[in-house]
Design a protein around this ligand. Structure first.
Ligand code: FES
Ligand SMILES: [Fe+2]
Length: 435
């Protein structure tokens, strides 16, 4: 249980708030690079700031103020040029540093004028890694962007999936250190949604939480799991400040403002050996729906179930009314660490997990359970028969709404061209299921 004041400290994200300042010390993923195959400009709100994200004709990304410095038109309606974005109202052009680099009429009328010099706008650095776009919104010097080890893996099918979640980011992140919910929210709720009363999934009987360089790990044992099980020897990772890492995928809960979160997930699905080589840079992006065509919350897929839990806690969970138990030790650890970090950053110290050394940032190691699933390929026959990969050919179980072109590309990547007939049969099965 937390006092209202302390809850506020944890959940406010605006510039100048203690948590807002702490969060700004890290790079945050904000979009999929493949999103910009379809468009070049996007309105985006991050940590309470209205911004414009664009990719100019030279391929440079910019993240700048939403409003033009001239008379405040919305730059997300602008159009990109070789360098920068041009406001659609009177043609002023801004580059990725926020400098105003062109004012067409002013330059014609008064070539020696200096108006441009005082028209710079807010701009934040953007970098692309493994199909993700990351932004840094904090003070200089800009820290290194960690190239986490999974970003360096080869021969995977990479999907970046975004979803708009209407609640505060921190209740989403608490879910990153909450092993027991898997049993109830994912396993058992899915049983009940299938109209069955059981059997329920194996019960948790042991959990452990530990801190390491880049966050926390949680480990779990459920009935039938030995001490040698990777979920107990390695476990999963809650990354500072707002990430969750589960072997084959990352999830980040990026604050949009105090009451909204951008969920950004990065999935790496290893492809069979026969499908190699796969260009590591190729990635897909899609926006996942959270409600169905009737306005009902989607609860059929893993992350949709999580989203239902987060939103159900309220726009900003009222932690003055909760009752924590032994399963919540990880959550208490995260909160305590954040209170300490907020104070440390406010007094000028470095936030834990921020990387300054270029070499270290190239491949910081994370605890990875069942790494062989992601690193080593399987022959196609074993792949399709395996419990882990086989079902993926039918459905993407993490998020509802995988677009047909992505599903098709995945099946083609796994099966190869000679399976054309099978791909058509799978498509027909999708249709029959209503996907
Ligand atoms: S408002 Fe943007 S150029 Fe005039
Ligand atoms: Fe979950």
């Amino acid at each position: 249980m937390l006092s209202e004041a302390r809850n506020k400290t944890l959940t406010q994200v605006g510039a100048g708030t203690p948590m807002g300042d702490y969060l700004r010390r890290f790079w945050h993923p904000i979009a999929g690079a493949a999103e910009f195959d379809e468009k070049s400009v996007k309105a985006i709100r991050l940590m309470g700031e209205d911004l414009t994200l664009y990719k100019d004709l030279s391929g440079t990304y910019g993240l700048v103020d939403r409003h033009c410095p001239h008379r405040r038109a919305d730059l997300s309606f602008g159009y990109v040029e070789d360098v920068g974005i041009r406001c659609n109202y009177h043609g002023w052009r801004m580059d990725e540093t926020g400098a105003c680099v062109e004012q067409p009429f002013e330059e014609t009328y008064n070539p020696k004028g200096k108006l441009k010099d005082r028209c710079a706008i807010t701009a934040y650095p953007v970098r692309e890694v493994a199909g993700l776009l990351f932004a840094y919104m904090g003070p200089a010097p800009v820290p290194q962007l960690p190239i986490w080890e999974p970003f360096t893996w080869a021969h995977g099918f990479i999907e970046v999936i975004t979803a708009d979640v209407p609640c505060n980011w921190f209740q989403c992140q608490e879910n990153s250190c909450d092993p027991v919910h898997f049993e109830w929210m994912h396993d058992n709720w899915s049983v009940r949604q299938n109209g069955e009363l059981g059997p329920y999934a194996p019960k948790h009987f042991q959990v452990a939480f530990d801190e390491f360089e880049y966050g926390f790990t949680y480990r779990r044992r459920r009935e039938g799991q030995e001490e040698t099980d990777p979920m107990w020897t390695t476990g999963r990772v809650a990354l500072w400040p707002n990430g969750f890492y589960l072997g084959g995928h990352f999830e980040w809960r990026v604050p949009v403002d105090d009451e909204n979160t951008l969920s950004v997930a990065w999935f790496f699905t290893r492809l069979p050996i026969e499908s190699e080589p796969i260009a590591p840079q190729k990635s897909f992006w899609w926006q996942a729906p959270i409600k169905d065509a009737h306005g009902q919350w989607i609860a059929s897929h893993v992350m949709n179930q999580d989203i239902v839990a987060w939103v159900g806690q309220g726009r900003i969970a009222d932690r003055s009314k909760e009752n924590l138990g032994a399963s919540d030790r990880g959550i208490a650890m995260i909160r305590n660490r954040f209170f300490e970090e907020i104070e440390a950053v406010a007094s000028g110290a470095e936030a834990k997990g921020v990387i300054r050394d270029e070499q270290t940032a190239q491949c910081p190691k994370l605890p990875i359970a069942t790494v062989e699933l992601f690193r080593d390929g399987l022959p196609r026959r074993d792949y399709l028969a395996s419990k882990w990969f086989g079902p993926r050919i039918h459905d993407f179980r993490w998020h509802a709404g995988q677009p047909e072109h992505v599903r098709d590309a995945f099946r083609r990547a796994v099966l190869g061209e000679e399976y054309e007939g099978l791909i058509e049969a799978l498509k027909a099965a999708d249709k029959a299921r209503g996907d």
